[in-house]
Design a protein around this ligand. Structure first.
Ligand SMILES: Nc1nc2[nH]c(O)nc2c(=O)[nH]1
Length: 396
């Protein structure tokens, strides 16, 4: 394991920030029709627009961008941010993503001239040194992905092959409340729609500024989240998830000592206890609980299991169960199979296997494996040609 170090001082805040005042609550438009289409067709102001680079996409200006001690194979931004762990970061330029970590508004980008090494820029923060440590913590920077993936690859040749092609898919360490609310939005949903719902809730938080076309907010506190009603969420297109969000916020507010503290305390507990505790919250089933545990509560062997992961498991880990239907009991068997195969960071292995099944990565992997099959085939035909045998031209 290694700890990443920040090696350059940060500059002051970016001149591009246009902080706007915090929102009054509630925030919802008064008269929308009551379907999810409202959310999908009439985006509110912070909802996705065309990303534009506000900063130069050439070499970062060293006075404002500082290197993280993380190579591209330790952290790939496109494989980590838009792939289903968080729905709060936006692409704000070429290989550049922007989001908030607590009260800090930060951009990260790969540097073309530095082997894709990751650089960061803090746009707004109450304290630069706090921003640095919060960023490293959020990135789980003390975990060496290279060490983990070497171990996984040694016990699984398929993992080894994917790892070559999809380097740097890292598990984040998010704020537990932020992660919980995002995954309540995720049930039976796709990344685009989840992002819009999360954006809607995020806009209840303190506005941190604008980068490119996007406005960024600190994630709202429980008190702020409590200001939105189930009816308002339904009107905004949350459907049945509306009651899970308000129910969970109420349940957290009633925890002695505070809901955020109750969630944070789970970082020190064992996984089964954590899953049971999270499952008492409205809308939290085993899959959502495992996502929250893995992406925010230091439960590195939590395995989210849904139909997609079931497909992966029956193809590669439990072929004897192929063709059977996923049940709650089988979810436990899948999770055990992952842990048997990959060990105490099995959730990090699941993350790569999950990402490899998302359409953009799946297309890339299949393209690469097709071209390597083709080049193997070409090599074979070359040998035959040398021996004077006929070579049939390959169509691309
Ligand atoms: N790595 C994973 N990310 C996810 N997002 C989501 O909604 N499900 C998953 C998952 O199973 N793994």
């Amino acid at each position: 394991m290694k700890r990443a170090r920040l090696t350059m001082p940060l500059s002051g805040d970016s001149a591009t920030i246009k902080p706007s005042p915090p929102h009054p609550l509630p925030l919802l438009p008064p008269t929308p029709p009551q379907t999810a289409q409202v959310l999908l067709k009439k985006p509110r102001r912070a909802i996705l627009k065309r990303p534009t680079a506000l900063f130069s996409t050439a070499a970062p200006d060293s006075s404002t961008w500082a290197p993280l001690n993380l190579s591209q194979s330790e952290l790939s931004l496109p494989l980590t941010f838009p792939t289903g762990q968080t729905f709060r970061w936006r692409q704000t330029g070429h290989l550049q993503y922007t989001g908030s970590v607590g009260p800090h508004l930060i951009s990260l980008k790969h540097h073309d001239d530095d082997n894709g090494g990751v650089y960061y820029h803090v746009h707004r923060t109450p304290s630069h040194s706090d921003a640095e440590s919060a960023l490293l913590d959020f990135l789980n920077a003390e975990v060496s992905l290279a060490d983990l993936w070497r171990e996984f690859s040694a016990s699984d040749p398929r993992f080894a092959e994917l790892a070559q092609q999809l380097r740097g898919a890292r598990v984040l360490r998010q704020d537990p409340l932020e992660c919980l609310i995002q995954f309540l939005c995720s049930s039976n949903n796709n990344i685009g729609r989840i992002t819009k719902m999360v954006n809607f809730l995020s806009s209840l938080g303190e506005c941190l500024g604008t980068v490119g076309d996007f406005e960024f907010h600190e994630f709202p506190t429980l008190e702020r989240l409590a200001g939105v009603t189930e009816q308002q969420l339904r009107e905004a297109g949350f459907g049945y998830r509306a009651k899970y969000i308000t129910g969970t916020v109420d349940a957290l507010q009633s925890k002695p000592g505070g809901g955020s503290e109750w969630l944070a305390s789970m970082r020190k507990l064992n996984l089964p206890v954590v899953i049971d505790a999270l499952s008492t919250l409205p809308g939290v089933g085993p899959k959502v609980a495992a996502c929250i545990a893995l992406f925010s509560l230091d439960q590195h062997h939590a395995i989210p299991v849904d139909t997609h992961v079931w497909q992966i498991a029956t193809r590669y880990l439990l072929p004897e169960l192929a063709g059977t239907r996923l049940t709650r009991k089988l979810c436990g068997r899948v999770a055990d199979a992952f842990v048997m195969k990959y060990g105490k960071y099995a959730g990090w292995a699941q993350t790569l296997l999950f990402i490899a099944e998302l359409p953009p990565q799946k297309a890339l992997v299949s393209l690469n494996s097709r071209s390597s099959e083709e080049s193997e085939s070409l090599k074979g035909k070359d040998k035959k040609a040398k021996k004077g045998e006929a070579v049939v031209a390959l169509k691309s």
